[in-house]
Design a protein around this ligand. Structure first.
Ligand SMILES: [Zn+2]
Length: 73
């Protein structure tokens, strides 16, 4: 897989990423598997991972300000 921004090879890795779910809710997903560009640090999340991310985000209550979840494969 190549970076859609600069065309450099992308490396599979895990990282921690914050997702803004609503105006006051932020969810941090830890150990998220992503592809990162070696050159420009652009991050790409694969569709199958994104589906699970959306499922996890949808389970977080709107009353929560900050939730930290571990992404278990
Ligand atoms: Zn790039």
């Amino acid at each position: 897989m190549r970076c859609h921004v600069c065309g450099a090879p992308m490396q599979a890795m895990t990282t921690d990423l914050p997702f803004k779910v609503s105006d006051r809710t932020v969810v941090v997903l830890k150990t998220l598997p992503v592809l990162q560009c070696e050159n420009c640090r652009e991050i790409l999340i694969e569709d199958s991972v994104m589906e699970r991310v959306e499922m996890m985000l949808s389970q977080v209550s709107d009353d929560t300000e900050l939730e930290v979840l571990r992404f278990a494969a």
